[in-house]
Design a protein around this ligand. Structure first.
Ligand code: ADP
Ligand code: MG
Length: 362
């Protein structure tokens, strides 16, 4: 449905997109996730036709809409897209119905009045706003404005829905509710979507697949689960959530996909690994705090075990975060939902049933 090939974009002498490639199959929701300034919005605006790419090609639904070498540039209003932005740009002087009807009213050739009524009502129904069709836009809550913006983006039945940080104007609680609702609505409509966010939780909930962007490049692409579980480098690991990152050296490769690992400033471990590593090389070990198991007794399984002492506990309601000093000067962070037996200063065993070993960047 969307194919972006070798896309670059420069503003003057400054290149901000460095030749990125990605494809979004029909019906999928794809997220561009990355820190502020990494080029997400610029990419989205190139797809929309609000910016002209410096080079590369963009195809939407089989049609080349941008190809700088062949001099092709289809303007924004001729692309089969709908857009939702961070600021919803709901018109205050129009009611809900008219806000959503607007794209159809300006469409040429003209859309019949009866068809406009039918299509607007149908899409308002989809987003749960049909009962508020006559409500003035100034009387809407943030969540309702968000739905109206979505309805307006969908009313022309676009082949591709583009969303740029659509939830970032909402307060924290509503954001969580709305991200689930948005995921439901996108799925119900079945529209192909390209979604931009700096919030990893949003990408996890909404995306079938995603690209983590950094400095105008795609750093890693995959399903949210894949990338969270096997990040390609420490930047990605930490951007996607809390992570303990330990540097170590690979000893020998043991049979069964296991590796002997000497952690600098820590113990020797035997670990299962999922990314190819070679004997003698430096690696980064990624341990997710929520994956670490704590016990007062020495675990029966003695691989991937660290011996330490709880330095600090911070109670966070649903979980307690523990900082654990490991022999040799390492500190590990763990989170535990079952903190009843934990006290600061107590000796503790930490087991890591899952660890990701990735080749270290020198
Ligand atoms: P993101 O959406 O990931 O936060 P953007 O795509 O908005 O990032 O911006 C990427 C980079 O391009 C930033 O360094 C930004 O300052 C720069 N940039 C964006 N728009 C313009 C512009 N119109 N002129 C010059 N630089 C721009
Ligand atoms: Mg942006």
């Amino acid at each position: 449905m969307l194919k972006v090939t070798k896309l670059t974009k420069s503003y003057g002498a400054v290149q901000v997109i460095h030749g990125i490639d990605f494809t979004v199959p029909e019906g999928e929701c794809y997220a561009l996730l990355g820190p502020s300034g990494c080029g997400k919005t610029t990419t989205l605006r190139c797809v929309a036709g609000l910016e002209t790419a410096s080079s590369g090609r963009i195809e939407i639904s089989g049609q080349v809409v941008s190809d700088s070498e062949r001099g092709i540039f289809v303007p924004v209003h001729e692309r089969p897209i709908g857009m939702v932005f961070q600021s919803y740009a709901i018109w205050p002087h129009l009611n809900v119905f008219e806000n959503v009807a607007y794209p159809l009213r300006v469409q040429r050739p003209r859309v019949a009045k009866s068809e406009i009524r039918e299509r607007v009502n149908s899409v308002l129904n989809t987003v749960g706003m049909l009962k508020m069709a006559d409500r003035s836009a100034t009387q809407l809550s943030g969540g309702q404005q968000q739905r109206v913006a979505l309805a307006r983006a969908l009313v022309r039945e676009p082949k591709l829905l583009l969303l740029d940080e659509p939830l970032s104007n909402l307060d924290a609680q509503l954001r969580i509710t709305m991200r689930n609702e948005l995921a439901d609505m996108i799925q119900r409509v079945g529209v192909t979507a390209l979604f931009v966010t700096h919030d990893q939780a949003e990408a996890f909930v909404l995306a079938d697949r995603m690209a983590v962007m950094n400095g105008g490049f795609i750093a890693q692409e995959g399903s949210p689960r894949e990338i969270y579980r096997i990040p390609k480098d420490p930047f990605i690991a930490e951007f996607l959530g809390s992570a303990n990152i330990l540097r170590g050296r690979v000893g020998e490769l043991a049979p069964g996909g296991r590796v002997a690992l000497h952690i600098h400033g820590g113990p020797d471990l035997t670990l299962a690994y999922e990314t190819p590593v070679s004997a003698g090389s430096e690696v980064d070990l990624v341990l997710r705090p929520e994956r670490l198991l704590l016990s007062a007794e020495k675990p029966e399984i003695d691989t991937n075990v660290f011996e330490g002492r709880i330095r600090k506990l911070s109670f966070q309601g649903n979980v307690t975060e523990c900082e654990i000093d490991i022999e040799g000067g390492l500190t590990l962070r763990a989170v535990s939902a079952l903190d009843d037996d934990l006290v600061e200063g107590m000796p503790v065993w930490v087991r890591a049933p899952h660890a990701t070993v990735i080749p270290a960047k020198q």
